[in-house]
Design a protein around this ligand. Structure first.
Ligand code: PEP
Ligand code: MN
Length: 346
């Protein structure tokens, strides 16, 4: 919808609108109001270039887009019938829990495997573990490629599918080679469009899942959904959207919790939502309630940092990881909250 900055446009101005519209295979329909005539764009109005051309006209106040700017992620797309499946769980039907340490200690495989076994026993559906870590300081522990073998060993011992974050194409190739089940794209790379596309293309026609964290500084929900659109456009619809809190942080929390966007995401797109309460609130004692809140907002699952001995962990674990016994109770309670809140689905 084109809203001009005056009551009515001159013939010459309407001619300009029509000529742009023609280039993009749409047409312009005036809607006569009492105060102002506005101009509907009939047809596919999603071309960003066309919108910019209209916005650039000095007699145009603004453009209101009626159609969502994404195509594949829209509920109107056939992909809305697509289901993302983890083990035997179908996202959207069953609660899915991804849990594990923030970082794998490359020199202590046993500690990771011990956590993994306890996490499996607690009832998780997928094991997470950071092989490579994005760190603010270049002097901090940034992970080690040899942890990929440890992650695979834990999968062999527990039977759980595995998730890890990649930050570049080389790490992606190593993960695909190792038969990873789920690639995580972290908050720092959520706007790395070439990487998003490369992941979509490299996992095209595979059962590999992609968990996309919400970028730290993302505001508009469409920005998040469009980032996922890159992966799906690359060829992989096995996508999960993961709100994880945004910056600036809320006093006392690591980030500003954003699990409440789940309801909006689920209204705009078919993609399952898996909330990460750990990075959102950033302290183990706050995590269970944040996870329950996420489920009550309609999350299909959660991604939680969990370690059998948090104080011996690396990365975020000493501060953020809950223990497997807390996870076990939480899974029971999340199922209950899911059942209660489903009564309010409209
Ligand atoms: C993580 O999951 O450990 C992580 C680094 O997450 P984020 O990208 O959300 O900071
Ligand atoms: Mn972490």
């Amino acid at each position: 919808m084109i809203l001009p900055n005056k009551k009515q446009l001159a013939e010459s101005e309407i001619a300009i609108l029509n000529s742009i519209a023609k280039e993009f295979n749409v047409s312009i329909q005036p809607i006569y109001g009492t105060n102002r005539t506005i101009y509907a764009i009939l047809g596919d109005e999603r071309s960003p270039l066309m919108i910019k051309r209209f916005e650039g006209l000095d007699f145009v106040e603004r453009i209101d887009q009626i159609q969502a700017p994404f195509k594949l992620m829209s509920k109107e797309n056939n992909l809305a019938q697509h289901h993302v499946i983890i083990g035997e769980k179908v996202l959207g039907h069953d609660l899915v829990v991804i849990a594990g340490p923030c970082a794998i200690d490359p020199n202590n495989a046993n500690l990771f495997v011990e956590s993994a076994m306890a996490i499996k026993e607690a009832g998780a559906d997928m094991l997470r573990g950071g092989v490579w870590k994005p760190r603010t300081s270049p002097h901090a522990f940034k992970g080690d490629a040899k942890s990929l073998d440890i992650l695979c060993e834990a999968r062999a011992k527990t039977g759980l599918p595995i998730n890890t974050e990649v930050m570049d194409v080389h790490q992606l190739e190593m993960c695909i080679e190792a038969g990873i089940d789920c690639i995580q794209i972290g908050a720092r790379n959520a706007l790395n469009y070439p990487l998003l596309s490369a992941i979509g293309r490299a996992t095209h026609d595979t059962a590999i899942k992609v968990l996309l964290k919400r970028g730290m500084h993302m505001g508009a929900i469409n920005e998040f959904i469009l980032a996922a659109e890159y992966i799906v456009a690359g060829g992989n619809p096995n996508i999960m959207l993961c709100p994880r809190g945004t910056q600036p942080a809320m006093d006392g929390y690591r980030n500003t919790p954003d699990e409440a966007i789940t309801s909006l995401l689920k209204e705009k797109t078919w993609a399952p939502v898996v909330v990460d309460p750990s990075h959102s609130v950033g302290k183990a004692k706050y995590v269970p309630k944040a996870a329950l809140a996420a489920i009550s907002y309609g999350a299909d699952g959660v991604l939680i940092e969990c370690h059998s001995k948090p104080s011996k962990g690396l990365g975020d674990d000493p501060k953020q990881a809950i223990t497997p016994d807390v996870l076990k109770k939480l899974i029971v309670d999340m199922r209950q909250v899911k059942a209660i809140t489903e009564k309010y689905n409209v």
